[in-house]
Write a protein that binds this ligand. Structure first.
Ligand SMILES: Cc1ncc(COP(=O)(O)O)c(C=O)c1O
Length: 451
C-alpha cells in the first residue's frame, strides 16, 4: 500500500536569542552549573526546552515541533504519552506514589522479565541504569570474592567511578590493543579505581581472551554492552561474544551484559538476538515506561548475594528509597506488555529500512558518512571508513564538529536527535514519518556539501 510522506517542519524559533528557551537557559545558568542537571542535554548555544510530547512528536516551549528520534535517550519506546502507560501510571499515582512497603506491581514486572529472559531467574529494581550497573558489579564481587572488574574501552555504563574508566580514552592515552590503558574520566578518580578496572578492546577476540586469562585470578566480572552506543553502536561480533562467554565461564568470572539500551533491540534483548547468555543483566530505560528505573537481573545463585532472608547481612546489601516504586512499576508493566514479538518485528524492519535509506543518502550526496546500529537503534558517523571497534568509531575533533553541525541542521528542520549521532525509533512511527525524515536528511546533506 502506498504511504503518504509526512513532511517535517522547519523549526527556528528556539534559535532566536530572545526565545523562551534562551531566556530559560539564562535563568538556569544562575541556579545550576552549566544550566542543567544532565550534561547530555546541553546543546550550544542553548538547548530547546521541552513543553510536551505526543506519540513520536515533541514540541518545545517556543512552539517548534520535531520528530523525536531520541526518545529520552532510547527510553521511550512507545513515544510520548501513550494512553495505556499514562492510564496505568495515573491510576497507580492516585493511590499513592511510594511506600516503605513493597507493592504488587514490582512482583508483576519482575515476573514479566523472568518469563521473557531465559538467563534471568530473579530481578532487583533500582532507580537508574547507573545504579543497576553499580549493583551488578557489587554482586559479582560478593559472589566471587574477587576485586577487579573488566570493561571495554570507550563503553558507557553510567556514572559510577568503576564504570567510567576509559570512557574517554584518546589516541594519546589509550595504549596498546593488547592491554588498553585504564584512563580516568573525571578528575580526582582514585588510583585504586584505575588499578581495579581492566580495560579490554571491543570486538578484538584474541586480545580480549588473552587479557581476561592473564587477569582471571582477580576478576569478579566482565562487563559488556553487546550493542555499545559509545563504541559506535557496532554490535558485538557473534564469535567474539561467544569467546567472552567461554573464557569467563572457564574462569568462574561473572559475565554481565549491560542491556540498559540494547534491551530494545529484540523481544529478549541483545542476548536473545545474538544467542549468548550472561550470568547477570542490567536493564533500565524502556522497562520503566518513561519513569526513572533500572534493574539487575540474573541467575539465582549470583542474585542470592542480595538476599536478606538467609541470616546475617547479605554479601551485597542493597537499599534505595524509591527502588521499585509502584508508579514506575505500573508504567513499566504497561510499556513492556505492549512490546510483543510482532511489535519488535515491525520496529526491526523499520530500523533496517531507515539505516539503509540514510546510508544511501550519504552516498547519493557524496558526503562522507556511515550508519551503524541494530533493531530500532541507529547512529550516524560523518566518516568513510570501516567501523568495527572503539578506535575506528571514535570521532576526531573535526569529525565531531561536522556531526554537531549536521545534527544542528536536522534540529532546525524538524528532527530531534543526539549530537553524538545516536537515534532510535518508537512504536508510533511508521513509513510516512520515516519517509519525511529521509527527505529532510537528504536536503540537509545537500547543505553539507556547501557548508
Ligand atoms: C549502556 C548503558 N548503561 C547504563 C546507563 C546508565 O543509565 P542511567 O542513565 O539510567 O543511569 C546508560 C545510559 O545511557 C547506558 O546507555
Amino acid at each position: 500500500m502506498a504511504t503518504t510522506t509526512t513532511p517535517l517542519p522547519t523549526t527556528r524559533a528556539y534559535a532566536d536569542p530572545s526565545s523562551t528557551s534562551a531566556r530559560l537557559f539564562k535563568q538556569a545558568q544562575a541556579v545550576m552549573p552549566g544550566g542543567n542537571s544532565r550534561t547530555s542535554v546541553f546543546m550550544a548555544p542553548y538547548p530547546p526546552y521541552a513543553a510536551e510530547g505526543q506519540g513520536c512528536w515533541v514540541v518545545d516551549v517556543d512552539g517548534d515541533r520535531r520528530l523525536d528520534l531520541l526518545n529520552n535517550y532510547t527510553s521511550l519506546i512507545h513515544g510520548h504519552a501513550h494512553p495505556d502507560i499514562t492510564a496505568a501510571a495515573t491510576r497507580r499515582l492516585a493511590r499513592g506514589a511510594s511506600f516503605p512497603m513493597p507493592t504488587p506491581e514490582e512482583v508483576e514486572l519482575a515476573t514479566l522479565l523472568v518469563e521473557r529472559l531465559p538467563a534471568v531467574d530473579q530481578v532487583r529494581f533500582t532507580n537508574s541504569g547507573s545504579e543497576a550497573v553499580m549493583m551488578a558489579m557489587k554482586a559479582a564481587r560478593g559472589f566471587t570474592g574477587r576485586p577487579k572488574i573488566a570493561k571495554f574501552e570507550g563503553a558507557y555504563h553510567g556514572s559510577y567511578d568503576y564504570a567510567e574508566v576509559s570512557l574517554s580514552s584518546a589516541p594519546d592515552t589509550w595504549g596498546s590493543l593488547a592491554a588498553p590503558a585504564s584512563t580516568a574520566y573525571s578528575r580526582g578518580t582514585p588510583p585504586a579505581v584505575l588499578e581495579d578496572v581492566v580495560v579490554l578492546p571491543f570486538n578484538h577476540l584474541e586480545h580480549t581472551v588473552a587479557r581476561i586469562e592473564r587477569e582471571a585470578r582477580h576478576l569478579a566480572a566482565v562487563l559488556i554492552d553487546p550493542v555499545p552506543n559509545r563504541v559506535g553502536l557496532v554490535p558485538a561480533q557473534s564469535e567474539f561474544l561467544k569467546a567472552v562467554r567461554e573464557v569467563t565461564r572457564a574462569h568462574g568470572i561473572v559475565l554481565i551484559f549491560d542491556e540498559v539500551i540494547s534491551f530494545r533491540v529484540g523481544f529478549q534483548g541483545a542476548q536473545g538476538a545474538l544467542g549468548v547468555t550472561p550470568d547477570l543483566t542490567t536493564l533500565g530505560k524502556i522497562i520503566g515506561g518513561g519513569f526513572p528505573v533500572g534493574a539487575v537481573a540474573g541467575r539465582a545463585d549470583v542474585m542470592a548475594v542480595f538476599d536478606p532472608t538467609r541470616g546475617g547481612p547479605p554479601a551485597a546489601p542493597h537499599g534505595g528509597t524509591f527502588n521499585a516504586n509502584p508508579v514506575t512499576m505500573a508504567a513499566g508493566l504497561a510499556a513492556m506488555r505492549l512490546l510483543t514479538r510482532e511489535v519488535y518485528g515491525r520496529l526491526d524492519d523499520l530500523g533496517a529500512k531507515l539505516r539503509a535509506s540514510l546510508d544511501d543518502c550519504f552516498r547519493q550526496a557524496g558526503v562522507p558518512g556511515r550508519v551503524t546500529g541494530m533493531g530500532s537503534l541507529f547512529r550516524l558517523h560523518p566518516v568513510d571508513r570501516e567501523l568495527t571497534d572503539y578506535r575506528s568509531t571514535r570521532a576526531s575533533a573535526a569529525e565531531a564538529e561536522r556531526l554537531t553541525r549536521l545534527v544542528r541542521r536536522l534540529m532546525e528542520h524538524g528532527v530531534l536527535m543526539s549530537v553524538t549521532g545516536l537515534g532510535c525509533l518508537s512504536t508510533p512511527m511508521g513509513d510516512s514519518e520515516l519517509e519525511g525524515l529521509v527527505e529532510t536528511f537528504a536536503a540537509v546533506l545537500e547543505m553539507e556539501r556547501a557548508p
